[in-house]
Design a protein. Structure first.
Lengths: 222, 446
């Protein structure tokens, strides 16, 4: 019996070796037909890169229940394991966003992402989650994302996510932030509001204003 | 300010925004906004991004400078080492910059060439157009659907000449191939099968680190979401990131599919559906598909284009050319399937090689001729001087870039996408529609 990874065109037969990549030794992928959190987490943390890769490609089937444990691996894991866990989270986000997908499944993933966003102090993890919410988040995500507009390391990502989430809630959050944000961040917020079609008074656009100097000197004429 | 043909040295230096020695400029025309140099006037150019491709363009401009075709006013790079080298080979009279926006302010610069990574192409083209500069920008034109629309709008509103760097269309054998196909030599074409080898893998990944002192990492990233510097994350390897170079489908697909769209008379059209599968890298920082298969369905007329990216693909064996220079890029190209015959070309970028039967084909009486490019830069210069559409104008280039973007989006999302060419948008997929645009880091935005 084979499991077709519809997402990546990878065909892996249950319980047998995954297809070996060119010039790589064959590895065994422990893939259950009923993709489980236990197997996903075990394979994501495998020392075999092909096992990790196969695992993250199938993470969509595991879904919301994997979001928080994967976030922990992203934060704690060795470099390549962390990367595989991050890719697994993205795979879940892309899977639940599919047309005709189960709305409850998507809502569950969004809720889990919000738990991670509110519950972890890790800036890299929160940055990644904010970006994930830009693809599938809605009004329910706006309060948590908006709260990051005052976070020095994450406010720009939060702004960009609010710019992308459609609807009045995100737009109002940007407007509110423009009133209350520190002076140096207001032009950023003005940029997002203009991108959303809002006329903004003040805070002229700075996109064409050069600011950076070089230390390289031209050659003198001979 | 009244514009005169000659710019005084003092005014020029003030506009340059940098302390310079005695300039080495030969007289150039100072253009009014939207002006065009005359047939015998040198075009004054600047090069932004002087690494791989940009460095090659700079050396080409320096040869053209010797022939009296152009002035080179400025070079720009966010890597001070690369910038210093560009200054060294350019000689006196060429002003270095880190920030391309200084160049856009210069009234003496007619045209700017952008040899920067893909994630800068949309923003820089829009900025340059808004400042009245003619533009040569490397391919693919854009990274998102929204960028492409903004580029078309800015270029047309500001009436500047744009050439996008899919120079395969301008190659001598590309002309022969185009003429051969347009005249029905293989019959009605129902399929174009593009072939290419795998994308590379970051086999020996390294941890993130501080950027080297010579690199302005903030400005290298530009509009991209912030990420920490990684030695395997720039310069030329931007090609293997989905958010920027996008892998081989953009790196070479933009060339091979550019030829296909042109020879099929399909510029300005788009597919109705796109479906991609692929294999990701098993390790490392880069995330573009290593192998990939994409199918584009076009309607009215009905035809199919495929992109097959696999080392060990059953690709046509390169044609032997005894007594001639060999095909130097045999690993990629396309097979055209007509109802009477097939046709193969190799390359499609810096070299385009057509099968012998095409090169030896004699047009019968009454055969259609097609445009023969005088050369990709020459075609651009002609566009600058006369306002004529270039061979890889912004609309055509955005159309090709959209094929690459849609292929990657289908791969990333793991599902078939449907496209409305008239509205230039994805239909029926909210997540994919959100991904048609990408909010940009302040202040590096459209």
């Amino acid at each position: 019996m084979s499991v077709t990874n519809q997402l990546k065109g990878v065909r892996v037969a249950a319980g047998v070796a995954a297809p070996a990549a060119v010039d790589e030794p064959a590895v065994v992928a422990r893939v259950s037909f009923h993709a489980s959190l236990h197997n996903l987490l075990a394979d994501i943390q495998s020392s075999h890169p092909h096992v990790r890769t196969t695992a993250w490609q199938l993470a969509g089937r595991v879904g919301a229940v994997a979001v928080q444990p994967l976030a922990k691996v992203v934060d704690d894991g060795e470099m390549e394991v962390s990367r595989a866990a991050k890719r697994a989270m993205w795979q879940i986000v892309r899977h639940v966003g599919r047309p005709g997908g189960d709305r409850k499944e998507k809502d569950a993933v969004v809720n889990e992402l919000l738990v991670v966003l509110n519950g972890t102090k890790s800036v890299p993890v929160r940055r990644e989650v904010v970006r994930m919410l830009s693809e599938i988040g809605g009004d329910e995500s706006v309060p948590a994302v908006s709260s990051l507009l005052s976070h020095g390391d994450l406010r720009e990502d939060a702004r960009m996510t609010l710019e992308r989430i459609p609807g009045e809630a995100s737009l109002q959050a940007l407007k509110n932030a423009l009133n209350s944000a520190p002076k140096e961040f207001k032009p950023n917020l003005a940029q997002s509001l203009r991108a959303r079609g809002v006329k903004v008074q003040g805070f002229p656009c700075k996109k064409l204003v050069p600011t950076k100097q070089t230390n390289v000197k031209p050659l003198a004429a001979r | 300010m009244k514009r005169t043909r000659k710019v005084s040295r003092r005014n020029f230096l003030a506009a340059a925004g940098a302390a310079v020695g005695a300039p080495y400029l030969l007289p150039s025309c100072t253009l009014a906004r939207h002006g065009r140099p005359g047939a015998n006037d040198r075009i004054t150019v600047a090069v932004v991004g002087v690494g791989g491709m940009g460095g090659g363009h700079l050396r080409d401009f320096l040869r053209r400078r010797k022939r009296g075709e152009v002035n080179v006013a400025a070079v720009c790079d966010v890597d001070e080492n690369r910038l210093a080298e560009a200054v060294r080979i350019s000689g006196p009279g060429v002003t270095p910059y880190r920030d391309y926006r200084y160049i856009l302010e210069r009234k003496d610069v007619d045209a700017v060439l952008f040899g920067t990574p893909d994630h800068w192409h949309g923003v820089q083209t829009v900025h340059a157009a808004e400042m009245g500069k003619h533009i040569y920008v490397e391919k693919p034109a854009c990274c998102t659907i929204e960028e492409g629309k903004a580029m078309i709008d800015a270029v047309n509103r500001n009436k500047v000449a744009v050439q996008v760097g899919s120079q395969g269309r301008s190659q001598p054998e590309a002309y022969l191939a185009h003429r051969y196909l347009v005249n029905g030599a293989i019959g009605k074409i129902h399929k174009v099968a593009c072939f290419h080898y795998d994308s590379p893998v970051d086999e020996d990944p390294v941890p993130n680190s501080d950027p080297p002192p010579e690199l302005d990492w903030d400005m290298w990233l530009g509009p991209l979401p912030w990420r920490p510097y990684n030695a395997h994350g720039c310069h030329g390897v931007f090609r293997w990131f989905l958010e920027s170079g996008g892998g081989q489908i953009r790196e070479r697909g933009a060339h091979v599919m550019s030829c296909a769209m042109y020879w099929m008379g399909a510029d300005g059209t788009g597919p109705v559906s796109v479906e991609a599968t692929g294999t990701p890298p098993h390790i490392g920082l880069w995330d573009s598909a290593v192998t990939m298969d994409v199918t584009y369905e076009f309607k009215n007329p009905d035809w199919t284009m495929t992109w097959n990216q696999h080392t060990g693909n059953a690709v046509p064996e390169e044609e032997r050319r005894p007594g001639e220079s060999p095909i130097s890029r045999p690993g990629y190209g396309a097979v055209y399937h007509g109802d009477r015959d097939t046709f193969v070309h190799w390359g499609g970028d810096g070299g385009t090689w057509a099968e012998r039967k095409c090169r030896e084909w004699e047009p019968p009486p009454g055969a259609k001729d097609v445009y023969k490019s005088p050369g990709h830069k020459e075609d651009w210069f002609n566009g600058i001087r006369t306002g004529a559409k270039t061979i890889m104008n912004i609309e055509a280039a955005v159309g090709v870039a959209n094929l690459c973007i849609l292929g990657n989006l289908s791969y990333i999302l793991g599902r078939k996408l449907y496209w409305d060419q008239e509205k230039m948008e994805i239909v029926g997929d909210e997540q994919a529609r959100r991904m048609m645009s990408r909010p940009q880091r302040h202040p590096y935005h459209l």
